[in-house]
Design a protein around this ligand. Sequence first.
Ligand code: IPM
Ligand code: MN
Length: 358
Amino acid sequence: MGHKIAVLPGDGIGSEITEQAVRVLRALDLDLEIQTAPVGGAAYDAMEHPLPPSTLELAKKSSAVLFGAVGDWKYDSLPRELRPEQAILGLRKAMGLFANLRPAILYPQLANASSLKPEVVSGLNILIVRELTGDIYFGQPRGVREVADGPFKGERQGFDTMHYAESEVRRIAHVGFQAARKRSQKLCSVDKSNVLETSQFWRDIMIDVAREYPDVQLSHMYVDNAAMQLVRAPKEFDVIVTGNLFGDILSDEAAMLTGSIGMLPSASLNASNQGLYEPSHGSAPDIAGKNIANPLATILSAAMLLRYSLGATAQADRIEAAVQAVLELGLRTADIFEAGTRKVSTSEMGDAVLKALK
Ligand code: IPM
Ligand code: MN
């Protein structure tokens, strides 16, 4: 029996981009059992829930999930628990996908796409390791309550709770150090320990775990400074490890440095290397159904899927080489199109990657 892969296309451009990635997966000689299920707004429309139990079951029993994107403004007025975003948060939590790997790579062929000067970003290749199942994203209690005391007594107050358990910090620290070990032996932990107790605790644990990795050089940076350094001198970074909220923000910033968010894959892994793989971009409802979205981030996510969850390194390498090859040929979807290149549709880009695989 083959490896079970769940494909959850989701909303907006999700079905167009996952379709191309599935074509690529099927073109490799691997024994894959691919099943598709609804998620996000599409699942809400069809089954009244963004993460129907049948979709969650399928995801849980699969070796890996290939996820498109979720979200559309038309669901903004739904109660929070029924909004499309709950699908991805629910999958992360239910599958224990605590380690989010977000590479930000500037492809040499796309050097002019960045809004930063070419010399600042050329050759950029950083990896953000974001903790994904803790922090203020999931901390309890949260909600709206009446203020009991102080200057705002009697008013309503919105609140969330930020916390990290020691084992949560330790396990993401190990992911960060191990990634750094495979790259340039540099790990930068980003926190806000000048203000937050949670962050001071995070930093203390990072320092403790570092003793197991004497070959890796650990540094620390406050998140505000990290946001600044990322645009000032991004190539000073190699691997960044950070919490859920800071990682959310910094990974969008890092993605934009490359100027081509349509190119960036991501992986979310649990302790048994079961993973969810998705493009770093969103559902782009404004261009949905037009066959113009860039499928490369999803195709590269499929490569990460093969590498991390299936251990199919050679096939992952083949996909990545094929993507490089189509860029080299000058093929570009609208988001990365520039003078002197050839504009192609979503499906034509898929065709080109398939051809380059051969
Ligand atoms: C991301 C997204 C999600 C997050 C949203 C959609 C819940 O922004 O994957 O970065 O905040 O984690
Ligand atoms: Mn985000």
